[in-house]
Design a protein around this ligand. Structure first.
Ligand SMILES: [Zn+2]
Ligand SMILES: [Zn+2]
Length: 113
């Protein structure tokens, strides 16, 4: 069956020159599918941990408001804060400390994030 093969990610038709075992129409689609697979695996892992009472293993508390977040699920794997407002608040606090220590203002925006 050489016809009707579709990209497993975007469902677009594969090129006629695609390898017999090709699953994706482009490297971008292959990378996107891998990301989606990883995120799905993280969700499954987090879900299992939650239902088995091991929420601490996958959850992290936002250092600003204490709300629990699950990095890798809905958030980036390296997420620290549950929402941008908390990240901004933490950054403001850091800047305030630095100003107090050095006595000089840190330029706005330079250290954002
Ligand atoms: Zn595709
Ligand atoms: Zn927060």
């Amino acid at each position: 069956m050489a016809t009707g093969r579709r990209c497993q990610h975007c469902r677009g038709p594969l090129r006629a020159t695609a390898r017999a075992d090709a699953l994706y129409c482009s490297p971008a689609c292959r990378a996107a599918a891998a990301r989606r697979r990883r995120r799905y695996a993280a969700m499954v892992r987090a879900g299992k941990a939650l239902v088995s009472g091991h929420a601490d293993a996958v959850m992290r508390a936002c250092p600003v408001c204490g709300k629990g977040i699950i990095p890798g699920v809905l958030r980036r794997a390296d997420a620290v804060y549950d929402r941008p407002a908390c990240r901004t608040a933490a950054w403001r606090a850091r800047r305030g400390v630095r100003e107090a220590v050095t006595g000089e203002a840190v330029r706005d925006g330079s250290a954002y994030g």
